[in-house]
Design a protein around this ligand. Structure first.
Ligand code: PGA
Length: 253
């Protein structure tokens, strides 16, 4: 049940860009991208998804993702968006458990486990975010915390289900701060994550897992990060809002 370990660069636009600005950004990325084996995923706000799907249509290795989804298929959940809805506009990926969702919207592992299940049930691949705050790292508990996050939200999955998951390690102290983790810090955590997955699901599943780094990735530091053996790509926030920067990061492989 081995699977190919994908190289992935995903752009998390967060709550940026009006509809037309978003379409323009997507069109500009399409224009600048050269053929690549790296899977490129654009994660704009929900309401941009359909309009951007028609721009990236038919371009191989360029796919759409959402930044969140609800755990239920449908129902009385005012203001929420479900996994089947995302599939219906061409999404193939969904970011789950981003630290901003955890911090501002109270998302925890129990809720995220349900969201992961919903995504997988509707053929969306979760990009599951994990990572520690500064005080946790300073206390030397960062690996332990990430282990708890994976255990709580992912390790109920079967090996087959887990094979569809991508993990993004995003130390909270590095997100939007300009303070990137060093390639050594990223590699150390990514290797620890791969080991946790190997212990749980075996080495074949662990070898096939893509582990992305996120937190102030820029064209200037991407190459060094992506050169590390367990860093399979990046989840890019700020730098994904500029086509030139984002494409330069894709080309850093
Ligand atoms: P950043 O955000 O690249 O702006 O640090 C990364 C993220 O939050 O996914």
């Amino acid at each position: 049940m081995s699977q190919e370990r994908l190289k992935i660069v995903a752009g998390n636009w967060k709550m940026h860009k009006t509809y037309q600005e978003g379409r323009d950004l997507a069109a500009s990325i399409v224009e600048k991208l050269t053929p690549t084996q790296t899977m490129v995923v654009l994660c704009p706000p929900f309401i941009h998804l359909k309009g951007i799907s028609t721009i990236i249509n038919d371009i191989t290795h360029l796919e759409l993702g959402a930044q969140n989804c609800h755990f239920a298929e449908q129902g009385a959940y005012t203001g929420e968006v479900s996994a089947p809805m995302l599939r219906s506009v061409g999404c193939r990926w969904v970011i789950l458990g981003h630290s901003e969702r955890r911090e501002y919207f109270g998302e925890d592992e129990a809720l995220l486990a349900k969201k992961v299940d919903a995504a997988l049930a509707h053929e969306l691949r979760p990009i599951f975010c994990c990572g520690e705050k500064l005080e946790v790292r300073e206390a030397g508990k960062h690996v332990e915390l990430v282990q708890q996050q994976l255990q709580g939200a992912l390790f109920h999955l079967s090996a087959e289900q887990f094979g569809r998951v991508v993990i993004a390690y995003e130390p909270v102290w590095a997100i939007g701060t300009g303070q990137t983790a060093t390639p050594g810090q990223a590699q150390e955590m990514h290797a620890a994550i791969r080991q946790m997955v190997a212990d749980k699901y075996g080495s074949e599943v662990a070898d096939g897992l893509s582990i992305l780094y996120g937190g102030s990735v820029k064209p200037a530091n991407a190459k060094e990060l992506f050169a590390r053996p367990d860093v399979d790509g990046g989840l890019i926030g700020g730098a994904s809002l500029k086509a030139d920067d984002f494409v330069a990061i894709v080309n850093a492989f």
